[in-house]
Design a protein around this ligand. Sequence first.
Ligand SMILES: *[C@@H]1O[C@H](CO)[C@@H](O)[C@H](O)[C@H]1NC(C)=O
Ligand SMILES: *[C@@H]1O[C@H](CO)[C@@H](O)[C@H](O)[C@H]1NC(C)=O
Ligand SMILES: *[C@@H]1O[C@H](CO)[C@@H](O)[C@H](O)[C@H]1NC(C)=O
Ligand SMILES: *[C@@H]1O[C@H](CO)[C@@H](O)[C@H](O)[C@H]1NC(C)=O
Ligand SMILES: CC(=O)N[C@H]1CO[C@H](CO)[C@@H](O)[C@@H]1O
Ligand SMILES: [Zn+2]
Length: 486
Amino acid sequence: MNNLFFFFCLLFASLFKLSFSRGGFPTSINVSGVENCSFAASARHLFADIKVSLAEEMHLKRLEELAKDYMSNSDLENAIMSFNRRCSGISRVYSIGKSVLGVPLWVMEISDKPGKEEAEPAFKYIGNVHGDEPVGRELLILLANWLCDNYMKDPLATLIVDNVHLHILPSMNPDGFSLRKRGNANNIDLNRDFPDQFFHMNDDPGAHQPETKAIMRWLDEMHFTASASLHGGALVANYPWDGTEDKKKYYYGCPDDETFRYMASIYSRSHHNMSLSEEFPGGITNGAYWYPIYGGMQDWNYLHAGCFELTLEISDDKWPNASELPTLFEYNKMSMLNLVASVVKTGIHGRIFSSDEGRPIPASIAIKGLNSTIHARETLADYHRLLVPAGKYEVIATMPGYKSRSTRIVLGEEAMTVDFVMDPAITPINSFLQRGWNCSLPGLHLEVFFILVLILVSVFLCFLLKRRVVLNYPKQRQSKRSVLGV
Ligand SMILES: *[C@@H]1O[C@H](CO)[C@@H](O)[C@H](O)[C@H]1NC(C)=O
Ligand SMILES: *[C@@H]1O[C@H](CO)[C@@H](O)[C@H](O)[C@H]1NC(C)=O
Ligand SMILES: *[C@@H]1O[C@H](CO)[C@@H](O)[C@H](O)[C@H]1NC(C)=O
Ligand SMILES: *[C@@H]1O[C@H](CO)[C@@H](O)[C@H](O)[C@H]1NC(C)=O
Ligand SMILES: CC(=O)N[C@H]1CO[C@H](CO)[C@@H](O)[C@@H]1O
Ligand SMILES: [Zn+2]
């Protein structure tokens, strides 16, 4: 009798664990944590090992049965490739690396000009971060195909394909999927493997898992404006910060808290019933308020790349019967589309040019009062700054070697274009010259003056030479758009 009860404790504990996906449970409930079923504690030594493996075995057996109707890793690869063949005009497929067991991490890029750099925002969706949360990878394949089928037919599909570069990584953790477990093949939870702003356990760049490294490289190569990763085990849109400095659980908003709440609400309000959640008001939650985690992908995206990332828990059941996947797609479809579209329908967008040569310059963009900075793309100098609609903002562009520029705007419900033209700052050489002639010259000895002139002449020659090189670059197209940078 006791043993039977103990067994149910185990089952309960493991189910409890299952229902949390972004992290483990906040306190330390784990399978050995069933000692809190205290009456069973004495039996523990005798039976625990047997019971644990029995419960796990049953659980795995059930998963195997459920997984039969999900795509295997090779099914997923086939789905990605056949999507690309079917929709070759608006897509390309590339790999960002390989999992521990050597499975390629395939990405589908969807855009009217896939693979080309354009002054447009890029968005990424990542599914299956946790191996045992497979709904996201299925929905992302459905999403890609829906976009393909509805391009030029549905206004939202057309808006996304024409104005966004959407990158979809259906599975970040194919090994975990095939092993039916949360971590990767090395048993590492990938959503704890990123560098953390408060704790330094993941600071060694060589020590990250291959899947994590691939994402980190990807973020340095691409210029993502926003993103989301898809999880299972709850129904809520989670936003930064995920962790607190003292490891305690409380609401800990990042500088762009309002914008994140706005984005998370776009997801939850477009969803079948996420916003009706009783546990999470409005269907959204601050990560640290729910339960703090460290080394997560979400905060790192925002901190490292200025990419506004959400963590989306899209179904309470991590392994729903596969026959429910089309319904789950319908529940999430408008949310997924509206979240991507938000990177063009809201916020401020523009390009930054230098006043002397009209070159694009990759300046930084900040909003007065918000302690966060995003960077324009290196090559085209376009930037895309998400902001809550209907507000007044002061936008500041800064770039070393240029005078910073700021402009006040009134943002309505729609997105706004704000281009900047920046003047070169007075260079050190100029100011040196000025100072030289104006004040210090009378006091100088002749030979010092002579050396000074020699240095100046050579610096000037160098400068001229560099200028020629710069001028020889093909002239980038000067903005034909309204130039607002005042
Ligand atoms: C499991 O929980 C117990 C306490 O209940 C703790 O001592 C142990 O370290 C935990 N194990 C893991 C792997 O978290
Ligand atoms: C999934 O549901 C179908 C009926 O909709 C049922 O026939 C099938 O056995 C279920 N699969 C599992 C693994 O429970
Ligand atoms: C949302 O709908 C699903 C399916 O109808 C249901 O199982 C779930 O409990 C609902 N959740 C909320 C928060 O209403
Ligand atoms: C702005 O954020 C940085 C970290 O990103 C922090 O070091 C700094 O203290 C913050 N400044 C203000 C004024 O809050
Ligand atoms: C791991 C866990 O939840 N431990 C709890 C067990 O129950 C006692 C009280 O009965 C708590 O104090 C522990 O935190
Ligand atoms: Zn998860």
